[in-house]
Design a protein around this ligand. Structure first.
Ligand code: PLZ
Length: 444
């Protein structure tokens, strides 16, 4: 495959005629239950560009929802995957092991926060990793209850649906849900009482969990250090360390769901590091393997080893091709300094978007870290969510060839998750398109 030119170029309407005909086939063959953000079919992806089947080149601010950090067709990933496919595609690690799985676990032990002894178990999806983290915490503590937060997103399996906060589209009609999942208030600086500190927000959550559940009954607290689908909510400084300290005191396993924030996305290898928080267990997926399905739970050896042999696994967990991709992706992240690159992208994004916020009152909040930044769109009253306006901005960006995603409990947050290898000129140009879309709104 030729390298993709890193230029936005729109040569047809969006979606173009070939995409439109593929969409018709999709409608006739694919369940309506599977959504579509942008009805444009992809032919090739690399760097910061998605090229569609009509020859349009779009700037990718989604990275497959924070997955293709090293690019959509990274040559090192392609080479190592092809080599592995030629040797063998699958044995099932539980049946006949292979080195790649072990090497991924060794790397995870080195890369994740904390210098304690660690073990990992590999899976295929983020939801599976989170669900297994809960299984492990329950076995280790002999307790049942699980604490999660408002606006949390942890997946679409039965247990992780229960852990996810938002009803539509994730839960509606899909119950009954797993029991013993308890929700606590999150630190949400934009919507919390003015001046509330991270420590105060943590105390609010702790008080609620102690009174409604009892710390002694909790197996684990599961938290995204920066919430993803729930709206890119970065808790106030001090919140995460206070929750982690309470967990330590009460013998509760502190689980960081770094499925979206992990692997350089926020400007460090893991988002917990920004406040020196060392989770007992960490769930990872997405950016770990450049799009091949791989997920992991990594944590304290004594917790991970408390599960009986055979208690964890799955046919495909830690598939050798996915492990090869992960080893390549991790090398690329190191060699290209992608954590530092993400931090620089964050400066550009926050700079441009803060400027835009000063010009337009509909941008209530600009937040995030590294290459995980969002704007919250609100009504002129300064607080009421404006999801329709957010959708209008997104649609305008899509028409101009910039793939943006929305998120948030109220659907009013536009989020930016570029591949970490995106050239800076594309990120800057994408922000021009966002700025134009905001400026062109009828009421700003
Ligand atoms: N935990 C923090 O962000 C996946 C979901 C997209 P899976 N987020 C994207 C959708 O609409 O399904 C996610 C996450 C966090 C867990 C998950 C789940 O990861 O690999 O999608 O199962």
């Amino acid at each position: 495959m030729p390298e993709l030119e890193q230029q936005r170029r729109i040569v047809t309407e969006i979606p173009g005629p070939v995409s439109q005909s593929l969409m018709a086939r999709r409608t006739a063959a694919v369940s309506l239950g599977v959504g579509t953000v942008l009805p444009v079919f992809v032919a090739q992806a690399d760097g910061g560009i998605l090229q569609d089947v009509d020859g349009n080149s779009l700037i990718d601010l989604a990275a497959g929802i924070a997955v293709t950090s090293v690019g959509g067709s990274n040559p090192e990933v392609a080479r190592r995957v092809a080599d592995q496919v030629e040797r063998f595609t699958h044995t099932c690690f539980m049946v006949a092991p292979y080195e790649g799985y072990v090497e991924v676990c060794e790397r995870l032990a080195e890369l994740t926060p904390g210098d304690h002894e660690k073990r990992s178990a590999l899976f295929s999806t983020g939801a599976e990793a989170v669900e297994n983290a809960v299984k492990i915490a329950r076995t280790h503590t002999g307790r049942d209850a699980v604490a999660v937060f408002d606006h949390a997103y942890h997946g679409r399996t039965n247990l992780t649906m229960a852990m996810t906060a938002k009803n539509l589209p994730y839960k509606q009609g899909f119950g009954p849900f797993a029991g013993e999942v308890h929700r606590a208030p999150m630190s949400y600086p934009f919507r919390d009482p003015a001046g509330m500190t991270g420590e105060q927000a943590a105390q609010r959550a702790i008080d609620q969990l102690e009174s409604q559940v009892g710390g002694d009954n909790l197996a684990c607290v599961v938290i995204e250090p920066i919430q993803g689908e729930g709206g890119f909510i970065a808790p106030a400084e001090g919140f995460l360390p206070a929750i982690a300290a309470w967990c330590r005191e009460r013998g509760i396993v502190f689980v960081a769901d770094e499925v979206q924030t992990g692997f350089c996305r926020t400007g460090s290898w893991f988002a917990c590091e920004h406040e020196g928080v060392v989770p007992d267990l960490i769930a990872t997926a997405k950016g770990i393997a450049a799009g091949l399905p791989l997920a992991a739970v990594t944590g304290r050896a004594e917790i991970m080893d408390s599960v009986h042999a055979g208690g964890l696994g799955g046919t495909y967990g830690g598939n050798p091709v996915a492990c090869a991709a992960a080893l390549a992706a991790m090398d690329v992240m190191h060699e290209q300094g992608l954590a530092a690159k993400a931090a620089r992208m964050g400066e550009l994004l926050l700079g441009r978007l803060t400027q835009l916020q000063q010009e337009h009152a509909i941008i209530g909040d600009v937040r995030g870290r590294g290459a995980m930044v969002a704007i919250e769109i609100i009504e002129p009253d300064g607080l009421t969510p404006a999801p329709a306006v957010a959708a209008e901005i997104s649609a305008a960006c899509h028409r101009e060839g910039v793939l943006t995603l929305s998120c948030g409990t109220y659907g009013n947050v536009l989020r930016f998750l570029p591949p970490l290898v995106m050239p800076e000129h594309l990120l800057d140009e994408a922000m021009d398109v966002v700025a134009k879309a905001v400026a062109n709104l009828p009421r700003t």
